[in-house]
Design a binder for this molecule. Structure first.
Ligand code: KG4
Ligand code: ZN
Length: 352
């Protein structure tokens, strides 16, 4: 079965061709970071317009990269939410139009379900039950997975997503957008113990993430320090960046990772868990990868994450998540709406 995946929920226009479960024939991502960089974040209207300009070309490139034509597509999986309304509409409308003209089924996929599926695409024998953490610019949610498609959300952020907190500090100190990868790279040259940020305590006692306190503490720290923001377009050469700033970045990143490991530890309590599966843009973070492996693998819990190109937004993960339903002959109705706040609590009744 050949599935065409389409993703346009935020600032990446992506298409991928997946064959029979996990043979990824192609994955094309047109990134808009150059457009949004100078604004320090995604500008929704600009994102929608770029999706419109890119979508046809991206799909055609995915098909030619896979060596298949439109007529070979058996079904289409497309992100229907959550995300930016206008951005989602571009991919969904394109997918419906193509499915209709080809006489093929299409299914709407939850973006979070896609991120979770990205891990299994490359690690199909990852062990269950598992904890799956989706950690990105828009989400920080933890799921208890009894099987590959049986997800129960057990924690989420009460305020900002981890990537949002990283991007906010990066913007403030002139590192541009997206800030996570730059913080990752520069933090290697800083002292992570130089600034101490406390771990948020959740007064209700529930298992949850919170990054707004860290974000405010970072902003306050910059305000009272001697740190001057870098000039727009400055070389991000660590030798040109002040020690104070390098130390702040390393400490801030450490605080994000500390919180993630703490919440994963709490998620393990009272549950039999065989693996931890990390996905979403922030799971690309080298410190998070290194420390989570060290922290859990000594205790016999394997840690999995996708390769970098499948970690940030892509359409291979959407094809992977949608293919199961397409294989069963399911299709969504033509009036399926894009839902910017589409909840994903799992287990999905349709994915069993
Ligand atoms: O999954 P993604 O592409 O989009 C969302 O669904 O949000 O994630 C983008 C987020 C951004 O906040 C970006 O700064 C962050 O992932 N990110 C990183 C790294 N690479 C991307 N954060 C920390 N370290 C990285 N290496
Ligand atoms: Zn994402």
């Amino acid at each position: 079965m050949i599935t065409l995946g389409i993703e346009s929920s935020c600032d990446e226009t992506a298409a991928a061709v997946l064959k029979d479960g996990n043979q990824l024939l192609s994955s094309v991502v047109a990134s808009q970071t150059a457009t949004h960089h100078k604004f320090g974040g995604v500008v929704p209207e600009l994102a929608s317009r770029e999706h419109i300009s890119n979508i046809c070309y991206v799909v055609e490139r995915a098909l030619s990269g896979a060596g298949v034509g439109f007529e070979s597509i058996d079904g289409i999986a497309v992100t229907s939410g959550p995300g930016l309304a206008g951005a989602l509409l571009v991919g969904l409308t394109y997918a419906k139009g193509l499915a209709f003209s080809l006489g093929r089924p299409f299914v709407g996929v939850n973006h979070l379900e896609g991120h979770i599926a990205s891990v299994l695409l490359e690690h199909p024998s990852a062990e269950f039950p598992a904890l799956a953490l989706v950690i990105s610019g828009g989400h920080t949610s933890l799921f208890h997975m009894r099987g590959p498609t049986q997800a129960e959300m057990i924690a989420r952020t009460l305020d900002d997503a981890a990537g949002e907190a990283l991007d906010k500090l990066a913007k403030l100190v002139g590192l541009g957008y997206p800030g996570g990868p730059v913080i990752d790279r520069l933090s290697r040259f800083g002292n992570p113990s130089a600034v101490s940020f406390s771990l948020p305590r959740i007064s209700s006692g529930e298992l949850a993430f919170s990054f707004s306190g860290l974000k405010s503490a970072g902003v306050r720290y910059v305000g009272r320090s001697q740190i001057t923001p870098l000039e727009a377009g400055a070389e991000m050469d660590p030798a040109q960046v002040s020690t104070d700033l390098l130390n702040l970045l390393a400490s801030y990143q450490k605080s994000v990772v500390d919180q993630v490991l703490d919440r994963l530890d709490k998620g393990l309590r009272g549950r039999r868990i065989c693996s931890i599966q990390l996905s979403g843009g922030v799971s690309c973070n080298s410190e998070l990868r290194k420390r989570s492996r060290k922290h859990f693998e000594g205790r016999g819990i394997r840690v999995y994450y996708p390769s970098p190109q499948l970690t940030t937004d892509n359409a291979a993960m959407i094809a992977a998540a949608g293919q199961l339903r397409l294989e069963r002959g399911e299709t969504d109705p033509w009036d399926l709406q894009a839902d910017p706040n589409l909840p994903f609590h799992g287990p999905s009744p349709r994915s069993g």
